[in-house]
Design a protein. Structure first.
Length: 132
């Protein structure tokens, strides 16, 4: 079973020769845990080797897109003795409903775990209705 998606980067022209080149980069689908309470939905994604400034998170047309890039040069000169994950970029997408307050989404990262908090919109929060 293949645990990653392969993408080919856009061709970049070699200006001096007018040639084009492409190269393949592995994109992994990071494991995710999703938690829910009355206030928010929380996503935790494992993105080992990704620096905080190399993570891109966007929400457009109801799709939350998360991309994390690694610097493969960081691993130059190392010979793996045992590995549980491959070296490559990370990409994951989630459909998000209108019940999320998109302007209040927050993200943090610590020790290779990316945490994204999606607060519920006020209209979507559960509430108790009093009887008059």
């Amino acid at each position: 079973m293949e645990l990653f998606k392969r993408r080919t980067t856009e061709p970049k022209a070699k200006e001096e020769k007018g040639e084009t080149m492409t190269h393949q980069t592995r994109y992994y689908t990071p494991p995710a845990d999703i938690y829910e309470n009355d206030e928010a939905i929380t996503l935790e994604l494992e993105v080992p080797g990704v620096a905080k400034d190399q993570v891109s998170i966007s929400l457009e047309k109801g799709v939350l897109e998360i991309d994390g890039k690694i610097d493969p040069k960081r691993y130059d000169g190392y010979v793996p003795l045992y590995t549980e994950y491959g070296v490559g970029h990370y990409s994951r997408r989630f459909e998000v409903s209108d019940a999320i307050a998109s302007d209040k989404i927050t993200a943090s990262m610590e020790s290779g775990i990316l945490t994204i908090v999606l607060p519920r919109a006020e209209a979507a929060k559960p509430r108790k209705i009093e009887i008059n």
